[in-house]
Ligand binder design. Structure first.
Ligand code: ZN
Length: 212
């Protein structure tokens, strides 16, 4: 009798599962990245060979790959695979999309929420894909303003919408942890395209949706 495949084997094949598996003592993930992290640990006065840090270079290399995985993802592909024809004329708004990115000035995290709206032009996209498009651009080294614009432009271009609006609110750990140390400040950025740019009523309708 053939043995049934175990569920754990299925999960072990997925990309995400592999980065959480326990590392073996001598596992090498990316030699060059790990050497760079080890060099950094030494430079800040740490001992990279002490117990708690021995596998830190490996973990940092894996984490950095995940946090910058947006470079190898395509917003166009994600959108085009999930677009369908639908005669919807009303505004579609996806609120409170959680995102995590890294500022390109300090390589420190900034994170918050994105609100995305669009006016369909005969085509709509699966709602979860809107969140994935945010991830495509968030998982890179970024400045918040560019991130906001890139999400708007990608949706505008590949969805052929009448208009796209993106508002992002974020806390920047580089401001919270260093420099001015403004713990409670948050940064809001917005990008308005098409009807959201030219028609104040469309814009205020969107703003009222994300505020309610
Ligand atoms: Zn920064």
């Amino acid at each position: 009798m053939a043995e049934k495949p175990k569920l754990t084997q299925v999960f072990a094949q997925s990309h995400y599962a592999s980065s959480f598996e326990a590392e073996s003592e001598d596992e090498v993930y990316d030699e060059r990245k790990e050497a760079l992290v080890k060099g950094m640990l030494t430079e800040i006065g740490e001992d990279p060979d002490r117990e708690g840090l021995r596998r830190t270079p490996l973990r940092v290399a894996k984490a950095m790959d995940f946090l910058t995985s947006g470079y190898s993802m395509s917003a166009e592909e994600i959108i085009k695979k999930a677009v369908f024809e639908e005669d919807v004329k009303e505004m579609v708004v996806v609120r409170d999309i959680e995102f995590y990115s890294m500022c390109e000035h300090h390589m420190l995290p900034f994170f918050g929420h994105a609100h995305v709206g669009y006016l369909p032009n005969g085509k709509v996209v699966g709602l979860s894909k809107v969140a994935r498009v945010v991830d495509v651009f968030a998982r890179r080294l970024q400045v918040q303003e560019r991130l906001t614009n890139q999400v708007a432009d990608a949706l505008m271009e590949h969805l052929g919408a009448h208009g796209v609006a993106v508002v992002m609110e974020a806390s920047h750990t580089c401001m919270m942890m260093r420099g001015v140390q403004k713990q409670r400040s948050s940064t809001v950025s917005s990008a308005m395209r098409g009807a959201f740019d030219t028609d104040p009523r469309t814009r205020s309708e969107f703003i009222s949706f994300i505020k309610s």
